[in-house]
Design a protein around this ligand. Structure first.
Ligand SMILES: *[C@@H]1O[C@H](CO)[C@@H](O)[C@H](O)[C@H]1NC(C)=O
Ligand SMILES: *[C@@H]1O[C@H](CO)[C@@H](O)[C@H](O)[C@H]1NC(C)=O
Ligand SMILES: *[C@@H]1O[C@H](CO)[C@@H](O)[C@H](O)[C@H]1NC(C)=O
Ligand SMILES: *[C@@H]1O[C@H](CO)[C@@H](O)[C@H](O)[C@H]1NC(C)=O
Length: 502
């Protein structure tokens, strides 16, 4: 698009040059002749005899009173001093574009106001320089530049000099070009704005959505690894799979609003695709930056996914604290700093992605709201039955009772995630059931360790981290900690107990 814009701009410049050259060519000695004949016609009839040689059949440069330049046959000097001419000075003299000297002195030109220009001396061209123009002895002239020492003309509304043809052409062309440029630029901008990626591009990028490129499956989507574009950028393509017909427009509109959401701990949404697949079905996909270190669940429960990335080591406590702070910061941003609070609704380890230096990026942010907004019914069906099964344990209890997505629900999921990271137990562990869950388990572990008096069982820092997890995963939304407070707590724990930065 840039290239074609550049080309269009150059073409316009070329056009402009051509027009200027053309316009210049038209102002030839022919123009000079026209101007002088026009001048002659303004001279009083009985005085025209003097200018008899000013006729079509006689070469211009030999007309009386005329001097031409040596190179081009253009009029450079007009000397009519003492010719006793009368009448009015035609402004057509202004068309003598090579005129350098003009002597109209000792004549009887007179002003003829109210006729349009007659009488007032032009101020353009040669008339600009009073020292090269002589008009003395023309009692009735007015105007001109100060050096001519003529009386000022009486201003009449139509006194203004019109633009010469050249000026008109230049201004007209300039304005036209400006408009053209604006149109081209805005068209290209508009096109760029709607520059969504196509199904074919994603198909090629992921080798036809091949299973070898499948890197994850979620409730609402499958995620493929892909190489996009000429620069072969590594991306994660999330193909949504529950959308209905006719949602294209709202999907795009919603995605646009999510594009404005930016935080270092949120996976970066590169582009979106909304089109038809090869069978003509609606196809929706979100393209994210690829995260080379995979998702958090692969690090926490490596035995679950034997085929998944074999990380040679597990995370250190300091790394875990950093990741917890990253996730909390991302949620704080979504909950507090977005102009329109966004609930993530699906916080769980598999939605926390790690980049090369193990910085965590929350993915799928706002996806739940996005889906919810344009297909509430389908969303709630999915969410409360099949959809939520995979993330049971992370979903807040009120969601099971049909509550809408909320930021308090995210806090609950974050609390569970935090407890899982630091207790090493999954919320879906077989030992949990009924009212007994990870939250209750952690509480009992902590109370045991403190009731024994000594604090040796659980390190101080770990107790503080787990307490944050407990306060976040309270059963009732109103009892839960806010995300901003959780961030503050975790950061203070980090600075107190883990001096090393990441
Ligand atoms: C044109 O000017 C020349 C030179 O003064 C003169 O000889 C000739 O008769 C003029 N022709 C006409 C048609 O006036
Ligand atoms: C204009 O100039 C050309 C050559 O530059 C010349 O042949 C032609 O006669 C000129 N026209 C007049 C009216 O003098
Ligand atoms: C200057 O020349 C152009 C083209 O020959 C003509 O249309 C215009 O009227 C001339 N200007 C004046 C002030 O005579
Ligand atoms: C006017 O013309 C004279 C003689 O050609 C020149 O010396 C002077 O600089 C010109 N003044 C302006 C303002 O152009």
């Amino acid at each position: 698009m840039k290239i074609s814009l550049f080309f269009a701009f150059n073409a316009l410049m070329l056009l402009q040059v051509c027009i200027l050259v053309f316009a210049q060519a038209r102002f030839s000695n022919e123009t000079d002749m026209q101007a002088l004949l026009e001048f002659k016609s303004q001279v009083t009839e009985n005085k025209r005899e003097v200018l008899a040689s000013w006729n079509h059949s006689f070469p211009l440069c030999h007309w009386i009173g005329i001097t031409c330049g040596r190179k081009q046959e253009r009029v450079t000097s007009l000397d009519l001093g003492g010719f006793k001419l009368s009448g009015s000075i035609s402004p057509s003299i202004g068309n003598l574009s090579f005129l350098r000297s003009l002597n109209l002195g000792d004549n009887s030109f007179q002003s003829n106001i109210p006729q349009e220009f007659e009488g007032s001396v032009p101020t353009k061209g040669v008339f600009q320089n009073g020292t090269t123009v002589s008009v003395f002895g023309n009692e009735n002239l007015c105007g001109g530049v100060i050096e001519m020492q003529l009386k000022p003309c009486i201003e009449s509304p139509r006194q203004k000099k019109p633009f010469s043809l050249g000026e008109k052409v230049a201004v007209g062309v300039g304005v036209a070009l400006l408009f053209l440029f604006i149109i081209v630029a805005s068209l290209s901008w508009f096109k760029k704005k709607n520059d969504k990626i196509s199904y074919e591009e994603l198909y090629n990028a992921t080798s036809g959505f091949s299973s070898s490129n499948l890197i994850g499956s979620g409730n609402f989507s499958d995620v493929f690894k892909g190489l996009l574009g000429l620069e072969e950028k590594l991306v994660a393509v999330k193909v949504l799979n529950l959308l209905k017909h006719g949602a294209t427009k709202s999907f795009i509109a919603e995605c646009e609003s999510f594009k404005g959401i930016r935080h270092r701990n949120l996976a970066k949404l590169i582009t979106v695709c909304s089109s038809l697949d090869s069978q003509g079905n609606d196809f929706r996909a979100l393209v994210y930056e690829f995260m080379p270190k995979g998702s958090l669940d692969m690090w926490l429960q490596p035995e679950d996914l034997e085929s998944a990335n074999n990380h040679s080591r597990s995370l250190t406590f300091a790394e875990k604290v950093n990741i917890a702070i990253d996730v909390a910061s991302a949620l704080e941003y979504l909950h507090v700093y977005c102009h329109d609070p966004v609930a993530h609704c699906d916080i769980k380890p598999s939605n926390v992605l790690l980049d090369d230096d193990l910085t965590a990026h929350v993915s799928d942010f706002g996806l739940a709201r996005l889906l919810y907004n344009f297909d509430e019914k389908t969303f709630l069906n999915q969410f409360s039955s099949a959809g939520v099964r995979g993330t049971i344990g992370y979903a807040a209890p009120e969601y099971g009772m049909g509550s809408k997505p909320s930021i308090q629900g995210d806090v609950y999921s974050f609390g569970v995630l935090l407890l899982e990271m630091f207790t090493g137990k999954k919320p879906t562990d077989n030992s949990f059931g009924g009212g007994y869950n990870l939250h209750g388990y952690t509480k009992s572990v902590l109370s045991c360790s403190t009731s024994r008096g000594g604090r040796t069982m659980v390190d101080e820092w770990l107790r503080l981290v787990l307490e944050v997890g407990i306060k976040c995963s309270e059963e009732y939304p109103r009892d839960r900690m806010g995300m901003a407070e959780a961030v503050r707590e975790l950061v203070s724990i980090k600075s107190k107990f883990f001096t090393s930065s990441r």
